[in-house]
Design a protein around this ligand. Structure first.
Ligand code: SAH
Length: 346
C-alpha cells in the first residue's frame, strides 16, 4: 500500500489516520520533507520557536532490573557503579538554577538504596530551595503509594517510557520479572495522582515491527501523556543485544513528526540518543517537530558511567559548556531556548 500527500494532510487535519495508512507512512521516506514541514508548522502554532530545557541529573547507575537493551542492567558486571548523595544532587541543582534551568530531572536505575524516605527527603529539599522549579523523577516502576509519597514531597513530573506497547515484544526486551501490564499500571497511577507524565519508546529496538510502532502510537493516544520521548535504540556491547543493530535515524525523525501531528500539544525532546546516532541529530529532531532538550547536569566525574548505550555524547563537558553548546545548536536551526518552566499547552 502507498500513502498519498492527501492522506498526510488528513493526518495534519484530523491528528489521526487509520492503522494501514500510518503503517505505510512509517515505511516510506518519500514524504519526509512534507512531514517535517507540517510538523514544524504545528509546533510553531502551539509553541512558537520556544525550546524548553530540562536539566538531567543521572544520580545512580545501580539497577535491580536486567533489561536486555540497557547498559546499566544488573547483569553487566563491567560497569563501575556510582551513587550521588543528596548534597551532590543539590549542588547539581544549584549550578543548574544559575544556568537558567527551571526543571530538574532526577533519573536513575531502579536502585533500592534510595528508599522512598530517601527520595522524599531529596525531593522535599529541592522543593523547599526551588519553589519555582518543576521536579521530575525518572526512577522506574514503583508501587502507587511510593509515587504518591514522592508527589506529596513535591515532585510534579514523572518520566517512564512504556518501551513497547505490545506484550509479546515487551517480553523479548525484558526478563520475565517485568511486564507491560505493570508498566502501564504505573503510568496510569502516575496520571491519576496528578503528575505530568512522560512516556515513549525506543525506535528500532530489537524485533520491533511496524505493527509494534502503531501499537505504541495507539497506546499513547490512550494515555495522552504530557511528554513523549523517543530515541533510536543504540547497542551496548555488554548486553545480550550486543550483536543487534542500532535503530534508524530517519525513522526516528519521521516518528517525531508523526508524534507532533498526532499530539500537537506534546512536549517532545530531541534526545541524547538522537544526538548520539548523528552529529546533528538533535538539531534535525527540532526541525522535525521536537521542542525540548535535556542537557546533562550530572557531575562530569560520573557521566561516562551512566552508559545506557555506547558512545553517548556530552560526557566530557561541564554543565555550563553543555548549556552554551546547546544554545548555539538550537539557534543554528532557528529556535530559541527559554528559561520558563515549560508546562504543556493542552
Ligand atoms: N530506570 C528508569 C530510567 C531508564 S533510562 C526507567 O526505567 O524508566 C531511560 C530510557 O533510556 C529508557 O526508558 C530507555 O527507553 C532508554 N534506553 C535504555 N537503553 C537504551 C539503549 N540501549 N538505546 C537507546 N535507549 C535506551
Amino acid at each position: 500500500m502507498k500513502i498519498t500527500e492527501n492522506e498526510i494532510n488528513q493526518l495534519y487535519r484530523d491528528r489521526d489516520l487509520p492503522d494501514e495508512q500510518l503503517a505505510a507512512l512509517l515505511e516510506t521516506d518519500e514524504h519526509d520533507a512534507l512531514l517535517y514541514r507540517l510538523a514544524d508548522k504545528v509546533r510553531r502554532e502551539h509553541y512558537g520557536d520556544k525550546v524548553y530545557v530540562r536539566g538531567l541529573i543521572e544520580f545512580t547507575n545501580y539497577c535491580k532490573n536486567n533489561c536486555y537493551y540497557c547498559g546499566i542492567r544488573c547483569g553487566n558486571h563491567a560497569v563501575e557503579r556510582y551513587r550521588l548523595t543528596k548534597e551532590d544532587i543539590l549542588s547539581c541543582c544549584e549550578e543548574g538554577y544559575g544556568l537558567g534551568f527551571r526543571t530538574f530531572v532526577l533519573q536513575g536505575g531502579e536502585d533500592p538504596y534510595y528508599t522512598d524516605d530517601v527520595i522524599c527527603e531529596i525531593v522535599s529539599e529541592i522543593r523547599q530551595k526551588y519553589p519555582d522549579c518543576a521536579i521530575t523523577l525518572s526512577i522506574g516502576e514503583k508501587p502507587r503509594e511510593s509515587y504518591q509519597a514522592y508527589f506529596d514531597a513535591g515532585a510534579n513530573r514523572y518520566l517512564l517510557r512504556h518501551e513497547t506497547a505490545d506484550p509479546q515484544h515487551y517480553a523479548m526486551l525484558h526478563p520475565e520479572s517485568m511486564s507491560l501490564e505493570n508498566r502501564k499500571r504505573c503510568l496510569f497511577d502516575l496520571k491519576e495522582i496528578g503528575y505530568q507524565v512522560g512516556s515513549g519508546f525506543m525506535v528500532g529496538s530489537p524485533y520491533q515491527t511496524t505493527e509494534n510502532l502503531i501499537a505504541d502510537l495507539r497506546f499513547l493516544q490512550q494515555l495522552s501523556p504530557d511528554m513523549i520521548g523517543i530515541g533510536p535504540y543504540l547497542t551496548h556491547a555488554d548486553t545480550p543485544f550486543a550483536d543487534k543493530e542500532n535503530g534508524s535515524f530517519t525513522l526516528t525523525l519521521r516518528l517525531i513528526s508523526v508524534l507532533r501531528l498526532m499530539f500537537p500539544y506534546a512536549l517532545i525532546p530531541a534526545t541524547t540518543a538522537l544526538g548520539t546516532i548523528h552529529p546533528l541529530g538533535r538539531e534535525k529532531g527540532l526541525q522535525a517537530g521536537a521542542n525540548v532538550v535535556m542537557p546533562n547536569l550530572s557531575p562530569v566525574s560520573v557521566r561516562k558511567k551512566y552508559e545506557l548505550y555506547e558512545n553517548k555524547i556530552c560526557t566530557g563537558e561541564e554543565a555550563a559548556q553543555c548549556r552554551g553548546c546547546l544554545e548555539r545548536r538550537v539557534e543554528s536551526v532557528g529556535y530559541r531556548i527559554v528559561t520558563d518552566i515549560g508546562n504543556v499547552n493542552r
